[in-house]
Design a binder for this molecule. Structure first.
Ligand code: FEO
Ligand code: CA
Ligand code: CA
Length: 530
């Protein structure tokens, strides 16, 4: 019997993360942070490259863990498309054996699966696409120094866009308490009680979206993928944070955390033990949010705030507390379905496409990747410092932590992760690869940013992605000796399936396959192992 609830001791250690303790936590495991290491001082970063390969700094190597289409269980379920966020849940406290949750975000490179033009798609095309998104739960373990997928393990399962998922809300959402499937699963987070939070981001690309004009609901049926031509699923059932127990597959949509293009959901704890979740809405001029749960151990109820970075205040989105909101929304559920409108109404600050969020384990600062804006094309990382370092505070100070550009050597920061030594790793997501003004940066990359020592604050590139790809979902193994990394959408910039811009990872004339890799080697041991 696999234990998957935190012991009291583990739970208290998780709390230490926001109480100034020098500790980093993973579900089920805690490590002291090794400080002051200067071993990284002399490593040589790579230079930007357009190579159709995962190019790594000397001292690093990579291996493929699992790829699109790989069979994962005896029922014949397969690993989905465009793998993104990953989270590792150790089994029995063993750092070399556990479950890896993997998001499958979208089928943007649609012509690898079905026609690019939604008008040309049949129901069969849509049925296949439905299976490609959502997430995978796979058992992985490390033997003889190498990680491998345990094919056909009892835990291996898919959650996809046909899985029935309860909606946790005060009122029914568009008349229902259950949604069909999850989709647009971008980044995410994990809770102290060993569940994963998978975030539904660009749901409008699948089914369109709804607008409410003078109380009238209008469903815009012109989505990129055209699922609404065959599937009668209301857009209100998507755009949520979905909580999943990786050990049972039990899933639920958490409406209290709001509905928007959810990038990720980074969980910490308030001084009184209540979970606090930081989130962002990845759209130009949309906002940063925070959810403070009403009680420990659950995200079903609590207060949703939007950040006003101009005044340093978290503004509650509560239909009972705020008459301005009461005037527009008939209930809190209605407000949550239309979170963006509520955020703008109270004065939430527009941001430069906020993406991933991580909390500095040393300082407690909240770091938010602002990937780009037409007027600030290289993006930046924003730093929020909560008043009294209390995640449940209603006041904070905001400042730029690091600006992208030619001087710093990176552009369009997206996914972030702190390693077990407390240093920051930054994945980039340049869409217009190798085109002005991004051409000097070449392919997307992974950068290492020391938080202390004489190289503090200077990013250095350690990896480069294959053509058209983005490196996403970075997760360190609990011992810091392996970095799980998604290679997402290789070949996305192809102009035709007959001439893919990438043949990674199989080479030759093959079509590219999104895959999860793990990076290891002596350099990673120096930089991140504990
Ligand atoms: Fe799915 Fe905002 O990246
Ligand atoms: Ca992202
Ligand atoms: Ca992205």
């Amino acid at each position: 019997m696999m234990e998957h609830h935190w012991s009291r001791r583990e739970f208290l250690r998780f709390m230490g993360r926001t109480m100034g303790a020098t500790a980093l936590t993973y579900p089920g495991l805690v490590f002291p942070v090794a400080r002051g290491s200067s071993a990284m001082a002399d490593f040589h970063p790579i230079t930007p490259t357009s190579a159709d390969e995962v190019v790594l700094a000397d001292g690093l190597e990579y291996h493929i863990l699992v790829s699109w289409m790989d069979r994962i269980n005896g029922a014949g379920e397969r690993f989905g498309f465009n793998n993104d966020y990953t989270a590792f849940f150790s089994i029995g406290g063993n750092p070399h054996d556990g479950l890896l949750w993997v998001n499958h975000e979208e089928v943007f490179s649609g012509y690898f699966l079905s026609p690019d033009d939604p008008q040309e798609k049949t129901m069969e095309h849509i049925e296949q696409e439905v299976l490609e998104v959502g997430g995978s739960i796979i058992r992985i373990n490390k033997r003889d120094g190498h990680w491998r997928l345990v094919q056909d393990d009892q835990y291996n399962r898919r959650i996809n866009a046909s899985t029935r998922i309860p909606i946790i809300s005060e009122q029914p959402v568009h008349g229902a308490r259950e949604a069909v499937g999850t989709l647009g699963n971008c980044a995410g987070g994990f809770t102290p009680w060993k569940t994963v939070l998978t975030c539904e981001e660009n749901f409008n690309l699948f089914l369109g979206d709804v607008t409410f004009v003078s109380g009238t609901r209008v469903h815009e049926k012109d989505s990129y993928l055209g699922w609404e031509r065959y599937l009668d699923h209301p857009p209100e059932h998507y755009g949520w944070v979905v909580e999943i127990d990786p050990f049972t597959g039990a899933a639920k949509k958490l409406t209290a955390l709001g509905r928007f293009a959810h990038e990720g959901a980074t969980v910490t704890q308030a001084k009184d033990g209540r979970p606090v979740v930081y989130m962002s809405d990845d759209k130009i001029d949309e906002c940063i949010y925070k959810f403070v749960a009403a009680e420990p151990g659950s995200l079903a109820r609590g207060t949703l705030y939007v950040a006003a970075t101009d005044t340093g205040r978290w503004l509650p989105l509560d239909v009972v507390r705020d008459p301005r909101l009461k005037e527009v929304f008939g209930s809190q559920t209605e407000l949550l379905v239309r979170t963006r409108e509520a955020a703008k109404l109270v004065g939430g600050s527009p941001q430069d496409r906020p993406e991933d969020i991580e909390i500095d384990p040393q300082s407690g600062a909240v770091l938010i990747a602002l990937t780009k804006h037409p007027e600030r094309p290289f993006g930046s990382i924003l730093k929020l410092a909560e008043k009294d370092n209390d995640p449940s505070a209603e006041e904070f100070t905001a400042s730029t932590f690091l600006a992208g550009g030619h001087e710093s050597g990176f552009a369009c920061p997206d996914n972030l992760v702190f390693d077990p030594q407390g240093n920051l790793w930054i994945c980039t997501d340049i869409y217009d690869l190798n085109q002005p003004p991004y051409h000097p940066f070449k392919n997307n990359g992974l950068f290492y940013l020391p938080m202390s020592g004489r190289h503090a604050g200077i990013p250095r590139q350690v990896a480069s992605a294959p053509s058209g790809a983005e490196l996403t979902g970075p997760t360190f193994s609990p011992d810091g000796r392996s970095l799980f990394l998604s290679v997402q959408h290789p070949g996305e910039n192809s102009t035709s399936p007959d001439t893919p811009s990438s043949h990674w990872p199989d080479g030759g004339d093959s079509l590219p396959r999104p895959s999860v890799i793990y990076v290891s080697g002596p350099l990673l041991d120096e930089l991140t192992a504990v």
